[in-house]
Design a protein around this ligand. Structure first.
Ligand SMILES: [Zn+2]
Length: 176
């Protein structure tokens, strides 16, 4: 893969080394990628505004051994999705994409469904779970077979009921 420009949805951003951040993106061109945000407080503050989870951004990415963001510009903040229940649901969907979308594989169906959901503010995590091949409404707890499924295990990719979910640490679970 060479350097590229693409539209992307920001899935999350976390601190890395002293002045670096790692941003997780779902790009239109190459699916999910992790990219380093070049160090330096000045650059970070320039990009921080744009690399906000949920944002649709235009990014320029350099690729040597790893991806590095060399430019980012917000195209849509999806304001209607940042209110009330839509916001919580959008964060769940970003979590699902981060865990379940394969790295480096474009997925136009997922891309368009994300844009549709975030543009309309009508965000349904179950729809995205279904896209990835899971059915939390018809499915049962993978551990005990209980009908009411409430969590998704990030590590084992199992659907879990409330009782079984308590055996795992909070950061290993996505609330559905
Ligand atoms: Zn269970």
């Amino acid at each position: 893969m060479k350097d590229f420009v693409s539209e992307a949805i920001v899935l999350g951003i976390q601190p890395s080394k002293e002045h670096d951040r790692i941003v997780s993106l779902f790009t239109k061109k190459h699916g999910r990628i992790q990219a380093r945000v070049a160090g330096g407080a000045r650059l970070l503050s320039k990009f921080a505004l744009h690399l906000d989870p949920i944002n649709l951004v235009f990014i320029r990415v350099a690729h040597k051994n790893k991806f590095t963001i060399t430019d980012a510009l917000t195209s849509d903040r999806f304001v209607s999705t940042r209110e009330g229940q839509s916001f919580g649901n959008a964060l769940k969907v970003l979590g699902l994409v981060r865990v379940l979308a394969p790295e480096g594989e474009a997925d136009m169906r997922l891309w368009h469904d994300l844009l549709d959901a975030f543009s309309s503010g009508n965000v349904n995590p179950n729809h995205f779970l279904n896209l990835f091949g899971y059915d939390s409404e018809l499915g049962a707890c993978d551990s005990c077979n209980e009908k009411e499924v409430s969590y998704f295990s990030i590590k084992t990719h199992e659907l879990l009921c409330v009782t079984c979910s308590t055996k795992l640490p909070e950061n290993a679970l996505l609330l559905l």
